[in-house]
Design a protein around this ligand. Structure first.
Ligand code: BJ8
Length: 425
């Protein structure tokens, strides 16, 4: 890290000893998984830098924004509309949920058979190790799966500023009406927090910033269709993960710059893996930083990941918001339309997701799909079976993996992944 941030972390109330231990593990894991890769694009240097400063310089920037009167809003889900937050000049950040932390303490509040993602959110709060959580002026929870919904009742006692957004579970007229009502209520809450009234100009500008970020991500994902693939799945995942933390305008520029480089690589037929390397699509639960276990296993077992059907991936970024409307009411309708297309497994029934996975497998020319479910995640584990059936009907080989954040099953997972890769070769 370029500076000593200990004073800043102390002021945020972090437990410096626990936080040091976290950074140590993160740094080692990053070196072993990311920096050990060969032939990475030069453009990844920016993302390496962001990761090295993810608890340092980026937090300092957020603190500077706060000192200038701007607000920081933390979120656990891609249903929280960043366009509305941006329209008030506030910043939306994803909150840490990708690693086990303070698990013993967490299990005094939550059942052991809660998914690792929810436990992680609690662990970072109880262990006082997430500077994003501590710098947030508002933390948004959402009624998605039962685990999240019920755990927010308990989380509410741990943080002073939790805002819970209700969400539909059915893609019906009534479901859309609920989403719209909740987005209007959220808009009012953000206006109240920031003291900024959202007019059409502000909302259009918020939509533009977020659309540009998503367009850059689309550009990056589109380039992964090439064979040889110009960027590893691990690196593409990292860019997606960083999209939840970084300044959106700077992030967009950095991704586009890297895409220029990747286009040149494709032209020269340069890849990170040789041509005809087996191509894998990952589908399932979101992978938040630093959840790199399964991609790392796949890409060190002779295959390359060419796409992620995930909220940290295409499910979260694929749709844009129509910015051609003129009034706040019309633009809010466009935002509702955009988010109502997100096909999270909490929806019932959820046929769009099955179709989308098949479409992605074809589009990215995947030789096989690995469905990734976090243990105890009912929505994704239940949906894994129809996903497998839909893919196999189209003769697309599928492997279902259920795991958590521990490293205990790495050997076993590697054996299964290697066997699957042999099969699809
Ligand atoms: S829109 S996927 S980010 S809810 S893994 S906590 S589902 S038990 S994360 Fe998600 Fe929003 Fe949906 Fe996306 Fe529950 Fe499953 Fe845990 Fe999960």
């Amino acid at each position: 890290m370029s500076e000593d941030y200990r004073g800043m972390w102390e002021n945020l109330g972090l437990d410096l000893v626990a936080h040091d231990a976290l950074l140590e593990v993160l740094g080692t894991g990053y070196g072993d998984i990311y920096l050990a890769q060969n032939d990475r694009p030069e453009g990844m240097g920016y993302f390496d830098f962001v990761m090295s400063e993810v608890h340092g310089l980026r937090i300092k920037e957020l603190m500077d924004e706060k000192a200038a009167g701007r607000k920081v809003i933390g979120s656990f889900c891609v249903f929280v509309p960043e366009e509305i937050v941006r329209a008030t000049d506030a910043t939306l950040v994803g909150l840490c949920t990708g690693a086990d932390f303070a698990t013993d303490e967490v299990e005094t509040l939550l059942p052991r058979n809660t998914c690792a993602l929810i436990k992680s959110a609690f662990g970072f709060k109880l262990g006082k190790a997430c500077p994003y959580l501590e710098s947030a002026d508002m933390i948004v929870g959402e009624n998605t799966c039962d685990g999240k919904k019920k755990s927010y009742e308990i989380f509410n006692e741990l943080v002073p500023n939790l805002y819970v957004m209700d969400l539909p579970q059915v893609k019906s007229v009534e479901g859309r009406a609920l989403l719209k009502a909740e987005y209007l209520r959220f808009k009012e809450a953000v206006e109240q927090l920031t003291g900024v009234t959202i007019d059409a100009e502000r909302l259009k500008s918020g939509i533009e910033i977020v659309n540009n970020k998503r367009k850059a991500i689309h550009r990056l994902t589109g380039l992964r269709k090439a064979d040889p693939v110009p960027i590893s799945g691990l690196d593409a995942l990292l860019a997606n993960q960083i999209s939840f933390y970084d300044d959106p305008v700077r992030f967009t520029e950095s991704v586009n710059k890297m895409c220029d480089e990747l286009e040149q690589r494709i032209e020269k037929k340069e890849g990170v893996f040789s041509e005809k390397t087996p191509r894998i699509l990952i589908s399932g639960c979101p992978m938040a930083v630093p959840n790199w276990k399964l991609p790392w296993i796949i890409e060190t077992s002779g295959a390359v990941i060419v796409g992620e059907e995930s909220c940290v991936g295409e499910r979260g970024a694929r749709n844009l918001t129509d910015d051609s409307r003129d009034t706040v009411e019309e633009l809010m309708e466009a935002i509702v339309d955009r988010y109502f297309q997100v096909d999270c497994a909490i929806f019932t029934p959820n046929p769009d997701r099955l179709e989308h996975i098949v479409e992605m497998a074809r589009h990215y020319k995947a030789d096989g799909v690995i469905h990734y479910g976090l243990q105890f995640c009912q929505p994704y584990l239940m949906e894994a079976m129809p996903v497998e059936k839909a893919l196999e009907e189209k003769n697309i080989p599928t492997l279902r993996i259920d795991t958590d954040y521990s490293m205990e099953d790495v050997g076993q997972l590697k054996t299964r992944v290697e066997a699957f890769i042999e099969l699809i070769k």
